[in-house]
Ligand binder design. Structure first.
Ligand SMILES: Cc1cc2nc3c(=O)[nH]c(=O)nc-3n(C[C@H](O)[C@H](O)[C@H](O)COP(=O)(O)OP(=O)(O)OC[C@H]3O[C@@H](n4cnc5c(N)ncnc54)[C@H](O)[C@@H]3O)c2cc1C
Length: 325
């Protein structure tokens, strides 16, 4: 078995940032193994997009352009990727640990009866095998995990790896046929509706997050203002989501989104282990809480003990004047 494959996620003709990061991580793995890097670009109307992946360091691109591959349906993608892997025997298959990336990786691993390491935040090679570092026990420990079967199927967390840089590379895409026709699929996507704000939580560099301490839906307004000034996204604890103060899409944590922004500002959040599981790999954590003993302070690079309704507007005003936004 040889070769490192990366599944490329894209939307509206653009490669998603998580896949640029996967290409960067996979390139270094392929180089260490002395192997080639192949990108899988699967979708509909994707000719230009598929060609552009050479510029991000892929040695080869396998493309499949078919209406069955619209809307990222795993029942079309899974058989195609599993079939290609069965035929060509790559050593490693990597995807982002996004919702579709996890879905696809699990499908392909089950189909090929292969091992899967999910949600990696580090990747290296040891003796010709790939070793993935992943958080365990809700992020309290890091484990190094190696898949002993091949292909080694791996999902990696977004924002944990630098994106691939432009190489100026070019090449010819190898086009293949879909595994399942549109007619044979049992699902139809009838529309898309985005419930997130303008900034996606998982892609955001900065997240301003509120918990039960905001006291109600209107309590998120000063947090939204702070997020807007910083160009960030709005997050929330499950307590705030369960109370119906903010939609589920904003939930950070074990049963919400896993985020890793450069800056995570937690206001009125106590820091339950389930919340920490989704945000503890953030680069800089700032905490605002009126209880100096709140567990979340243990993660904080900067902590402010006080009332969020005084501190959030003060931070907004200060950032606005310094950033001129
Ligand atoms: C299986 C399972 C999965 C879960 N998944 C998640 C998950 O994905 N995400 C998640 O977040 N939780 C999750 N939880 C829930 C988790 O255990 C906590 O209940 C939840 O995170 C608490 O939310 P909170 O910190 O907002 O509320 P609280 O724990 O009630 O904390 C509120 C904080 O606000 C502070 N505060 C109050 N007023 C102010 C003020 N005016 N100014 C400053 N600070 C103030 C308080 O001092 C307190 O620390 C899960 C639980 C289970 C059992």
């Amino acid at each position: 078995m040889s070769g490192v494959w990366v599944w490329i996620e894209h939307r509206n003709g653009e490669i998603k940032s998580v896949s640029c990061e996967m290409l960067g991580a996979a390139r270094s793995v392929a180089d260490e193994l002395g192997d080639s890097l192949t990108a899988l670009v699967l979708g509909n109307d994707i000719e230009d997009l598929a060609r552009s992946v050479f510029d991000l360091g892929a040695d080869a691109v396998i493309g499949c352009d078919d209406s069955s591959l619209r809307d990222v349906r795993v029942e079309a993608l899974g058989p195609l990727v599993a079939g290609l892997a069965r035929e060509r025997k790559p050593r490693v298959i990597i995807s982002g640990a996004s919702i579709p990336g996890r879905d696809l990786a699990a499908w392909v691993a089950a189909e090929l009866d292969s091992g899967l390491v999910a949600d990696g935040i580090g990747i290296k090679t040891e003796g010709g095998a790939v070793v993935v570092t992943r958080p365990v026990y809700a992020g309290k420990l890091l484990a190094d995990v190696r898949v002993t079967s091949e292909p080694q199927i791996i999902t990696l967390r977004s924002r944990a790896f630098p994106p691939a840089e432009s190489t100026g590379g070019s090449g010819e895409v190898e086009w293949v046929q879909p595994a399942v026709s549109e007619e044979a699929l049992s699902t139809r996507v009838v529309g898309h509706e985005s419930s997130e704000g303008t900034v996606s939580l998982t892609d955001a560099d900065i997240i301003v997050s509120g918990g039960r301490g905001v006291g109600g839906p209107e309590g998120f307004e000063p947090l939204q203002e702070l997020a807007d000034v910083l160009g960030g996204a709005l997050g929330a604890s499950r307590a705030a989501v369960d109370a119906g103060w903010i939609p589920y899409d904003h939930q950070v944590g074990q049963t919400g989104k896993t985020v890793s922004p450069d800056l995570y500002i937690a206001l009125g959040i106590s820091g339950a282990i389930q919340h920490q599981a989704g945000m503890r790999t953030s680069k800089i954590i700032v905490v605002v809480n009126k209880d100096a003993d709140a567990p979340i302070f243990k993660l904080a690079a900067f902590g402010i003990v006080g009332d969020l309704f005084k501190i959030a507007p003060a931070l907004t005003a200060e950032f606005r004047s310094r950033l001129g936004t």
